[in-house]
Design a protein around this ligand. Sequence first.
Ligand SMILES: *Cc1c(COP(=O)(O)O)cnc(C)c1O
Length: 396
Amino acid sequence: MSDWTNCVTSPDVDTEGFRSLAYPVHRASTIVFPDAQAYAGRHERGLDGYTYGLSGTPTVRALEQKISALEGGGKTLLVPSGQAASALAILSFIKGGDRLLIADSAYPPIRDFAQHDLQRMGVEVAFYDPTAPEKLENLIDERTRMIWVESPGSTTMEVQDVPRICAIAHKAGVLVGCDNTWATPLHFKPLAHGADIVVEALTKYFAGHSDALMGSITLADPENAKTVRATLNRFGIGVSPDECSLVLRGIETMAVRLDYASRTAAKLAELFSAHPLVDNVLYPPLKNSPGHEIWQRDFSGASAVFSVVFKTPAIAHVSAALDALKTISIGASWGGTRSLVAPMPVKQHRTARPWTGDDLVLRISVGLEDAADLEADVQRLLNVLATHATEDAIAS
Ligand SMILES: *Cc1c(COP(=O)(O)O)cnc(C)c1O
């Protein structure tokens, strides 16, 4: 063989005796076939087969199958972000003239997607009160195609009654999709509670190190998975095997990370709850958190994200208090090893169940730092609030 040809072909290295605990990264834009007949029949290879790089290599399949196992069945497809997972899970099934019901507490960018792209395409979008599943029956009509659930809700943490919602939906032939990012399938399995579709922002606890973005769509019915795969192929959406290897690595430690971080989160939530300037701590394991009983009934654990609602005298000083933090960083994409806070405006994202607390809610994602360092940081934040609030009271 000439040098030029040698340069572009790979040697057939013997892999006999090579066994590694690490899953290899298989990169491919194209798949080659042993003969013309195999090429002609490539579309019969099914969802797990290999036809083209975009629809997956063995590394992608390994991650898909691992997530399917955690979700408790079905077929999983991967997309470049959590937002893409929700948007494409909906887009694959909805058409102009259909009606879509979205929980009022859903991740705000998915609201945005529905109100812009879906409405532009003629989909009727309605929001529902996540704490009142009994009202859903009246919102469902013959055009309703899907109910979108997120439990607990983004920032405001309402735990939804997924089994009840699914029973209502299925009686009317409506699909239920659920964003399960907060709980992860380690703590809640939406498919086992009746959902047809579950999405995860793998960016968060699965990848777990604030260095990768990805999303998964798992479908209870493999026929529905075919529908989503076809949509992804038409849009040209796939994921990189290199990124999959980061997520595969992240999953290996997900259970211990969640276990440790949720125990620290419980301590910090307590510290906030006990403070006189705190109105409420929204965290499903706490009795005062909306849907606490449903969380106790349906979930097997908590993750480490909770929200703090302050009393009025503290609100003006939250920015100054955040600037005093030393260990906790200010940022949005949670679920990594480092603790984060993000001040979240809530009112503008509520239409079905108006938010009655202060507009500003502080969302906290607890990471893997030493609990004592984090407690000291939270104490620093609370001290700044208390000092400023006292000064205001004296001045007035
Ligand atoms: C972060 C998040 C997403 C989006 O994930 P990205 O990968 O950042 O797009 C979706 N849903 C929930 C509940 C999230 O917290």
